[in-house]
Design a binder for this molecule. Structure first.
Ligand code: AHR
Length: 320
């Protein structure tokens, strides 16, 4: 290679700069991030948080939207491996089926960070850490609210329909399990029907319509695994001439602004918080991994429960 004087000066200047500013000269971290999709208000807030945090931390982010399909995530992960990114991060659409592609990442020596949702793999060393909520506890919190409601209303019937999240996803499996664990010991709380609404408003509405068709006014409680499905279902309930929040108690998970608006209108009774603002913690974990610092295998996010009575006070503080 021939060095022209101009090129040489360029190299010399860069070298001098690197010597005097070692931190600034370091190569920026590149993260390949595969997102589930854009299925809910929660997800949109999660994507914004991750992109904003990357920008703020000076991290180069290669972002891929999987449109709720595992095969798209597998393709994205393989492409991140081919591009030799420093870290792969992803929020898995479903829990199982990851062993092969994660072994490929490990063979390429690219650390993997899970955000939001977990995976079931034979070898836990295939990922460094899982950063996200405790979904089982969210399900328990939703059920505990209902148990308390039942204690205060001895004459009321509690016939529940459940809108599950995406089949095979960690939040759908865990939120169902946590809720079932608590209502098991409560003979007044009866589960009538349970079906997936895929975490979307459209499917939440569709499935609620079907529930209403088959169970009619027998339904007195709706437990939705996320706010978007609850909001879709509220529409179906109203169209059937039934009052959501009163005739049918509505319990959901996420705590997005749309849920607070529904609570302020008296149509939703409680939302259990699931915090989507994971960006800053993800960047922190990624930078630590890159620097070879130890990172805990599980990082759980702190969250609350918001019943309709506190909605007006809490609404101005909501950031998503
Ligand atoms: O994994 C988190 C869940 O995924 C959120 O509760 C839901 O809204 C989203 O789609």
């Amino acid at each position: 290679m021939r060095f022209t004087r101009r090129k040489f000066l360029g190299v010399a200047t860069a070298a001098t700069f690197a010597a005097t500013h070692p931190a600034l000269a370091a190569k920026p971290l590149t993260i390949g991030f595969s997102q589930v999709g854009a299925e809910s208000e929660w997800r949109t807030a999660n994507t914004t948080s991750i992109k904003d945090a990357a920008k703020k931390a000076g991290v180069i982010m290669k972002f891929a939207d999987a449109q709720q399909r595992q095969e798209n995530q597998v393709k994205a992960i393989r492409s991140f491996i081919a591009q030799r990114v420093d870290i792969i991060a992803f929020s898995p659409v479903v829990e199982s089926g990851w062993d092969t592609v994660l072994r490929e990442a490990k063979a390429a020596k690219i650390p993997v960070i899970l955000t939001d949702r977990g995976v079931k793999v034979a070898d836990p060393s295939l990922y460094v850490t899982l950063l996200g909520s405790d979904f089982v506890e969210e399900g328990r919190r939703a059920a505990r609210w209902l148990v308390e409601h039942a204690k205060k209303n001895p004459g009321r019937a509690y016939n529940i329909v459940e809108l599950q999240g995406t089949v095979g996803s960690a939040p759908a499996i865990d939120r169902k399990a946590g809720f079932a664990e608590v209502i098991k010991g409560e003979p007044r709380l009866k589960m009538l029907r349970s079906q997936t609404g895929d975490f979307t408003r459209t499917k939440g509405k569709e499935v609620m319509e079907a529930f209403l068709k088959s169970e009619g006014k027998n339904i007195t409680v709706l437990y939705a695994h996320n706010d978007d499905m609850a909001i879709g279902a509220i529409q179906a309930i109203e169209e059937a001439g039934i009052k959501p929040g009163k005739d049918i108690l509505v319990i959901s998970i996420d705590g997005v602004r749309g849920a607070f608006e529904a609570m302020l209108q008296g149509k939703l009774n409680v939302t259990v918080e699931c915090n989507p603002l994971l960006g800053p913690q993800l960047m922190q974990a990624a930078l630590a991994v890159k620097a070879g610092k130890p990172v805990p295998k599980r990082i759980v996010v702190n969250e609350g429960v918001f019943p309709a009575e506190v909605a007006a006070k809490e609404f101005p503080n909501r950031r998503y």
